[in-house]
Design a protein. Structure first.
Length: 115
């Protein structure tokens, strides 16, 4: 399965994203974030999609445009442990508008869980 993860602000949230990336067996990994998020590192290779807009509707359109044609399957694993509600709404709306199904993904003490 392909993983798409939002990387943004939020104390301690990058550890959750890194855990999902490093403990999962992903076909591809795509990270979405702003200029600050370019500092994120992990053991596995990933593609980074930088967002530059701030309004929620413009952010949704930007993400949708930059993801179009990159997703090969009909659903993706989605991590939104990082970021704020505005970013979450824009990313989820962009994915559903492509259209692609989403499976929320989180790392727990028992491993990766799809919700």
């Amino acid at each position: 399965m392909e993983l798409i993860a939002l990387v943004s602000s939020g104390k301690g949230t990058w550890g959750q994203v890194a855990g999902v990336i490093n403990r999962g067996d992903w076909e591809t990994i795509t990270l979405v974030g702003n200029d600050f998020a370019k500092k994120f590192t992990t053991e596995k290779d990933f593609e980074f999609i930088e967002t530059t807009t701030s309004s929620i509707t413009d952010l949704k359109d930007e993400i949708m445009k930059k993801l179009k044609g990159k997703i090969k399957g009909t659903e993706v694993a989605l991590s939104i442990a990082s970021g704020d509600g505005r970013e979450h709404m824009a990313l989820i709306s962009a994915l559903l508008s492509l259209p692609v199904g989403i499976r929320f993904t989180v790392l727990t003490k028992d491993g990766i869980i799809f919700m």
